[in-house]
Write a protein that binds this ligand. Structure first.
Ligand SMILES: [Zn+2]
Length: 72
């Protein structure tokens, strides 16, 4: 276990260290920037990017807004 980004999405296994599946919005803060991303499973993530890198600080459940809806 030498990786510093060993966290993956508990819902679909998407690595947090990989490129975000979809960037929803990006906000610049005093400490760096906050990036809202949506995972491949539909889970909304909040990532904090600062001088130390980007990390996931909050993660929602994949349910809610289905990425690929099947009811339209
Ligand atoms: Zn996921």
């Amino acid at each position: 276990m030498t990786s510093t980004t060993g966290t993956v999405c508990p819902h679909c296994g998407w690595p947090d260290g990989a490129e975000p599946y979809q960037v929803v919005s990006r906000h610049t803060t005093a400490a760096g920037s906050t990036v809202w991303t949506r995972c491949a499973c539909g889970s909304l993530q909040v990532r904090m990017a600062d001088a130390r890198g980007m990390r996931v600080v909050s993660r929602s459940r994949p349910t809610g807004t289905p990425a690929h809806s099947h009811g339209r």
